[in-house]
Design a protein around this ligand. Structure first.
Ligand code: HEM
Length: 475
């Protein structure tokens, strides 16, 4: 059959000019409207397929997961910068299966309650920092996401903002999203792999020196927090964590097991950072109020969840409306495939267009509006699943986000505690008129809003007091 339809390519270069690093999901959604829910483009021969409906993502990425579960072999990010063993980059096979098994052991639904005390401590510290210094809300959210990951993964408590592991983590996440994967992560060496053999004196070989420098930094970040867990286990003074739990069974600790564990642990830092921040920033943009269940004398706890269906609806709508990773991460097709008569060649990079699905007017009427009540209507379970943004925003098939259960707890508590203690509204100008926030998106992978103006303050003196009663030994 023919390739799926798409915008007309130019000879050799293909659709290079149709692709953009800024909000590519908007262009992909326009193509879906014009050409249908399966669209093909190519860049110098590398096929890219965009799937823009629940049916196409489920038929291919979920049901045929065994051939759609690979990841692209990126020479620059993977081999040269040392990210090839990060979970999101591992090729489908033994390594990725072993890594995902470890992740499921540590983040399966039934294990998450054991992280609740840690999540509560981090959430309270975050809220205290936020009310003390609201204008730096992005830094506080970043610190929260980083601190929570260090605690859960390594049992490491970052007690100050200039903590060495927080700084190293931030430096590496920044390297990864703004340098290594910047502009969608396509480097000339990814298209012409032989460039990696350029001698370092040759013109145009600057990327090799950069890669060597970045690789050394990334290795530091893989090794140092892991060495911290090993040392604390040895001296018996450790906080239980993902690593300590898996290292306890000494018989299993082969070099291969430790290699997998070290890289799996490290992958979580970059995977949790920008995603969590995106959800919280969109939540700030769409604030609602909560009082009836929790009252004002205490902070919400996990036991309140069943009594707060509207908060769950609000969280669903924040996932849908914010769409943290609008094109998911690309899957690589491992064998030629035929779908509805269209030929999809082996090696194609396949994107689930989550943006198009979560903005589909048929599934989500008035899709650009923030309407949590859309989830309160009782519908049959099949339709409820189709309308649940969680079916899409965490990705698909065999590479679906393994952090989903952790996020469901941590983001829930963050949002509920913020609702209970803060008043969030538009900033005001000197005359007291509300300032409409200017929203722009400049990250190629995550839909993180650039900093916008926002007024964050404690809801009352009482709310401030309740917050201060939480463990204030942490900054
Ligand atoms: C709101 C928060 C989050 C969202 C929306 C999110 C979303 C995603 C998406 C869309 C993918 C790509 C899946 C695919 O390729 O089909 C992904 C992959 C991944 N996520 Fe998350 N994520 C979040 C938080 C987290 C957290 C907290 C962790 C770790 C504790 C995590 C760990 C990972 C890992 C390791 C991968 C790579 C999986 C693989 O390639 O096999 N994520 N995530």
């Amino acid at each position: 059959g023919p390739l799926p339809p798409g915008p007309t390519p130019v000879p050799i270069l293909g659709n290079v000019r149709d692709l953009t690093a800024k909000e590519l999901w908007l262009a992909a959604t326009k193509w879906a409207k014009k050409f249908g829910d399966v669209v093909h483009v190519h860049v110098v021969g590398q096929g890219l397929v965009f799937l823009s409906s629940p049916e196409a993502t489920m038929d291919l990425l979920d049901r045929k997961g065994s051939i759609y579960g690979d990841k692209p072999a990126l020479v620059m990010a993977g081999e040269l910068c040392g990210c090839e063993n990060m979970v999101a980059f591992t090729r489908y096979g033994d390594v990725s299966k072993r890594q995902r098994k470890l992740l499921n052991q540590a983040f399966g639904v039934q294990v998450i309650p054991s992280y609740h005390p840690l999540i509560e401590t981090e959430t309270h510290s975050f809220l205290r920092r936020l009310v003390a210094d609201p204008s730096n809300y992005i830094d506080h959210t970043r610190r929260y996401a980083g601190g929570l990951t260090l605690s859960v993964v390594y049992g490491y408590e970052a007690v100050a903002s200039n903590d060495k592991f927080l700084n190293l983590g931030e430096e590496c996440v920044d390297l990864l999203s703004n340098k290594i994967a910047s502009g969608g992560g396509i480097w000339p060496v990814d298209i012409f792999p032989s460039l990696k053999r350029l001698p370092t004196w040759a013109p145009g070989s600057g990327f090799l020196l950069k890669a060597a420098e970045w690789k050394a930094k990334m290795e530091e970040f893989v090794d140092q927090p892991y060495e911290f867990v090993k040392a604390s286990l040895k001296n018996g003074n450790y906080v239980p964590s993902f690593c300590s739990m898996l290292l306890e069974d000494k018989e299993k600790c082969t070099p291969q097991f430790e290699f997998d564990l070290k890289h799996t642990a490290n992958s979580m830092y970059s995977a949790s950072m920008d995603t969590t921040i995106t959800v919280f920033l969109h939540f700030l943009l769409a604030m609602e109020e909560i009082d009836s269940v929790v009252g004002s004398d205490r902070l919400p706890t996990f036991s309140d969840r069943a009594s707060l269906p509207f908060v769950d609806a609000l969280l669903s709508e924040t996932y849908r409306w914010g769409v943290p990773v609008p094109l998911s991460l690309p899957h690589r097709l491992m064998e030629d495939d035929v779908y509805r008569g269209m030929f999809i060649p082996k090696g194609s990079l396949v994107f689930g267009n989550i943006w198009a699905i979560t903005r589909d007017e048929k599934l989500f009427p008035n899709a650009s509006a923030f309407l949590p009540e859309r989830y309160l209507e009782k519908v049959d379970p099949a339709l409820a699943k189709k309308r649940d943004p969680r079916s899409y925003v965490f990705g698909f098939g065999r590479r679906r986000c393994p952090g989903v259960n952790l996020v469901e707890s941590s983001v829930w508590l963050m949002v509920t505690t913020a609702l209970a203690t803060l008043d969030i509204s538009k900033a005001k100008d000197d005359f007291g008129n509300p300032i409409e926030p200017k929203i722009d998106f400049n990250n190629a992978v995550f839909r993180i809003p650039d900093k916008f103006q926002c007024d964050i303050r404690p809801r009352s003196e009482h709310a401030l007091k309740v917050l201060r009663q939480t463990d204030a030994t942490r900054l």
